[in-house]
Design a binder for this molecule. Sequence first.
Ligand code: UT7
Length: 332
Amino acid sequence: MADTFYQTKISGTGHYLPPKLLTNKDLEKLVETTDEWITERTGIKERHIADESQASSDLAYEAAKIAIKEAGLTPEDIDCIIFPTVTPDHVMPSSACLLQEKLGAKNCMAFDLTAACSGFIYAMSIAHSFIQTGHYKHVLCIGSEVLSKFVDYTDRGVCILFGDGSAAAVLSRAEEGEESKIYSRHCYAEGAHGKLLYLPMGGSAIRPSHEAIEANQHTVEMNGREIFRNAVRTMGKAAQTTLETNGMTKEDVDWFIPHQANARIIEAVAKHIDFPMEKVIVELADIGNTSAATIPIAMDRAIRDGRIKRGQNILLAAFGGGLTSGGLLLKY
Ligand code: UT7
């Protein structure tokens, strides 16, 4: 197996958004804000919100079923589930194991991955390594988030951004003669900036207590302005490095799918790498920021409506809490 070197293709994709909507008009009733302010500063109009009974693995189950079917596979064919999320069902067991059981994917390893909004690129990167080496043939990457359960709906700087959703891609070994591939991927971390986007409670640092909950330590804390600045810097660098590594320019790329956090961040990144907005996929207005799920949701939508076609070059770039960031270039 030592000399084996295979290429990776996306064999199937799928996404799921819970039906309930939270509009900017709804938010006007919760915090001091306006539809105009949110639309102008973020590009977001509404977000999908999970039912109280739904956890991340429930959303993931719906998206995964579609992606596996589109790949022409059954759950038993999946060798590995990589589940990037910052809103797992529990600390233990992993949401990946819960999803494995729901799907009946009996023949696989399964693990969660914590890289916040860069999680999907991290997951694809690891999946590619497993496939390249011949270790696995089919890896299910699934970003799924129920952020609405971790958002403080009195914090207007945070609650306007986030929504719930899930999306999956099955990465498979490309067969001889298939041109689909991953050209390269680049993942980064800058732990020094960890507190800029922070969910204090839920791990071993803070013992769950009434006091901790009263201090709101179970909800997302964010320095929006600093995250904005770092998002443009890190996502711009990741996209640029990915292009340069492959000796490619904007002319060689058919579509750019950045992490969908804020329309102004996306525009600033496109400007930073001198990339035309006509070739940037923006699926933000009716979804909001679904962290690890934004890139695969946008990708699945663009595949389904025919924008993304086989043989096209697609550039992905993300940044997220950690801080993490990453870029990946693929031929679909
Ligand atoms: O996946 C990563 C997740 N996080 C992000 O991507 C966040 C990145 N950051 C952002 O998207 C933006 O920083 C926000 C949308 C969060 C905020 O937009 P901004 O243009 O950076 O606003 P700001 O924080 O500089 O605040 C400007 C003003 C402030 O008022 P003062 O101090 O100038 O009087 C805020 O209090 O806007 C106020 N403000 C609001 N006003 C109405 C903040 N949030 C709101 C709001 N409605 N929802």
